[in-house]
Design a protein around this ligand. Structure first.
Ligand code: TYM
Length: 407
């Protein structure tokens, strides 16, 4: 097998060749036997993978490495999206980003800043650019690696709007009106129940399907959207033929991180969050405001760690002492103030490497812009293929070039 550098030098390589390092050796005739080859020409072989992901590879048949090709090892695609909310909080991190990072080892990952989705709730777009920048900085510092993953902005690849429109034609309105997040948004912004809010999960389905995402790291709050995404692609596939794999959610062991108010999920909209880029002082200030076990009114009252939000965070940030803290809380030998101090210190030290890495990226002024520009190019190449395939399956009239008719 050629290595990556050799692949780059092959003159006949098609632009869609993606992550060639992922593919290991097997017999070429095996691939033929499995009918994985879509077309064979004297000078070119075109493969499509087992999910019709249109993996294509233009290689002269004479190349000896064609004898060794295995598409059983192809990595599944991971897709996730985040609204551009600026600096990320530990709910985003524990609920999703940590999975986005670890999945990079085994999957082909695509991570998207969903700026169009954000328009459904934003009152002003003034801070959008800055929010995208801060959010991507956090991703990079957390370990999302642009060498391994595609990182891009949703509106930079407009094919998603096209797929959204196509999907909207086969999605019954009743499916959308029963989505819990739609009902919540209607309550939260009764003055702005826009058309985009209803179609939010359809656009989300288009995000995932455009990249044929199969694994979707998300927090628990996104599960109803994922359920709907599966229904929409299933409907497409049954009406027009298989194009899109059904996406499956991938949760972490902290799929729903509660906010410091102890009531809502952690979210910037509720101002009950701790940013992962926060300084140790900011973390201490924030943790101090956190609600604890409501039944523990006095220092001498025994606590109930299982009902305490601060304790839930200890499970992740202070794992070595978690049993000890639980027991001290139950016996009232530690007060909530001290318990919070321990937590703030644990969070600060766990996030120290993250803050250091972030500072390195901040010092490179164009880095984020370059990552997003490169990501948009790579994402667009996949998106164009998927849209073409979807329209062909839907039998939409082909656009013919005038030159082809007049000849
Ligand atoms: P968003 O922007 O609200 O959140 C981004 C991700 O962070 C997770 N998350 C949490 N997880 C646990 N506890 C919390 N307190 C918490 N807060 C946020 C979210 O579950 C999410 O995974 N609709 C999506 C964005 C989206 C998308 C997609 C996601 C658009 N297209 C395609 C996956 C695939 C959203 O608004 O996430």
């Amino acid at each position: 097998m050629p290595n990556c550098a050799q692949y780059d030098k092959l003159p006949s390589l098609q632009p869609l060749l993606f992550n060639p390092c992922c593919y290991t050796c097997q017999d070429y005739t095996w691939a033929l036997g499995k009918k994985e080859i879509a077309a064979v020409k004297p000078e070119l072989v075109v493969f499509s993978d087992r999910n019709s992901r249109n993996f294509q590879c233009g290689l002269p048949l004479s190349c000896s490495y064609m004898l060794n090709f295995d598409n059983t090892q192809m990595a599944k695609r991971v897709f996730s999206g985040f609204r551009p909310t600026g600096k990320q909080h530990i709910g985003n991190y524990l609920g999703t980003i940590q999975n986005c990072v670890s999945l990079q080892a085994d999957y082909d990952c695509v991570y998207c800043v969903v700026d169009i989705h954000a328009l459904t709730t934003l009152e002003s777009t003034e801070a959008l650019q800055e929010d995208v920048y801060e959010m991507v900085l956090d991703w990079l510092a957390a370990g999302i690696d642009p060498q391994k993953s595609i990182i891009f902005v949703q509106s930079h690849v407009p094919q998603v709007e096209e797929l959204h429109t196509l999907f909207s034609m086969l999605t019954p309105l009743s499916w959308l009106l029963r989505v819990p997040t739609f009902k919540e948004k209607v309550k939260m912004q009764p003055q702005n129940v826009n058309y985009g809010l209803v179609g939010y999960p359809v656009l989300m389905t288009a995000d995932i399907a455009l990249y044929k995402g199969e694994v979707v790291p998300v927090g628990e709050d996104q599960l109803p959207h994922l359920e709907l995404a599966r229904e929409i692609v299933r409907r497409f596939n049954s009406l027009y033929g298989f194009v899109f794999p059904e996406p499956q959610a991938k949760l972490t062991s902290f799929p729903l991180v509660a906010g410091l108010d102890g009531v809502q999920k952690m979210s910037k909209s509720y101002n009950n969050h701790i940013e992962i880029a926060a300084s140790p002082e900011e973390i201490m200030t924030r943790v101090r405001t956190g609600f604890t076990d409501p039944a523990r009114r006095y220092r001498s009252d025994p606590g109930h760690p299982e009902a305490c939000n601060i304790f839930a965070l200890h499970k992740f940030f202070t794992p070595a002492r978690v049993e000890e803290i639980a027991s001290e809380c139950r016996h009232a030998s530690i007060g909530c103030v001290d318990c919070k101090k321990i937590l703030a210190r644990s969070i600060s030290s766990a996030l120290e490497p993250f803050r250091e890495k972030r500072a390195v990226f901040v010092a490179k002024p164009n880095y984020v812009t370059e990552v997003l520009a490169e990501g948009a190019n790579r994402a667009q190449a996949i998106a164009e293929e998927t849209i073409k395939e979807a329209k062909e399956k839907m039998k939409l009239p082909r656009r013919v070039n005038l030159g082809d008719i007049r000849e």
